[in-house]
Write a protein that binds this ligand. Structure first.
Ligand SMILES: C[S@@+](CC[C@H](N)C(=O)[O-])C[C@H]1O[C@@H](n2cnc3c(N)ncnc32)[C@H](O)[C@@H]1O
Length: 95
C-alpha cells in the first residue's frame, strides 16, 4: 500500500516523536510515528477489539497537507478499508 499523496512527510510525523514500547499494567503498548497506512498494513487482520482514529480534517491546518476532496476521500477509504480488515468480528471502530 502506498503512502497517500499529500499526506504529511515522514519528517513532520516523526520530528517530535520517537517510536516507543511502553509497559503499562503488564501490557505492552507501541507508540509508532510513521505513515498510518504503512504501519497498519503490517498488523494482523481480525485482531483488534477497538480502533480509534483521529483523521486529518483536510481544511488546511498547518500540520497537514490539503488534498482535493476526491483524493481525501480515497485516502480515507484506504484507511477505513484497512481498519475493517484489522477489526475482530465483535470489534468496534471510532473514526
Ligand atoms: C485531526 S489531527 C489529530 C489531532 C489529535 N487527535 C489531537 O487531539 O491532537 C490529524 C493528525 O493526523 C496526522 N496525520 C495526517 N496524515 C497522517 C498519516 N498519513 N499518517 C499518520 N498521521 C497522519 C496529522 O499530522 C495530525 O496530527
Amino acid at each position: 500500500m502506498r503512502k497517500a499523496e499529500g499526506a504529511p512527510s515522514t519528517d513532520i510525523l516523526t520530528e517530535n516523536c520517537q517510536q516507543q514500547d511502553i509497559m503499562l499494567r503488564e501490557r505492552q503498548y507501541r507508540l509508532a510515528c510513521e505513515d498510518n497506512l504503512s504501519f497498519i498494513e503490517r498488523l494482523p487482520g481480525g485482531y483488534f477489539k477497538l480502533i480509534v482514529t483521529s483523521p486529518p480534517y483536510n481544511i488546511g491546518k498547518p500540520y497537514e497537507g490539503q488534498l482535493s476532496m476526491q483524493e481525501y476521500i480515497e485516502q480515507q477509504r484506504q484507511v477505513i478499508t484497512e481498519c475493517v480488515r484489522l477489526l475482530a468480528e465483535d470489534g468496534s471502530i471510532c473514526w
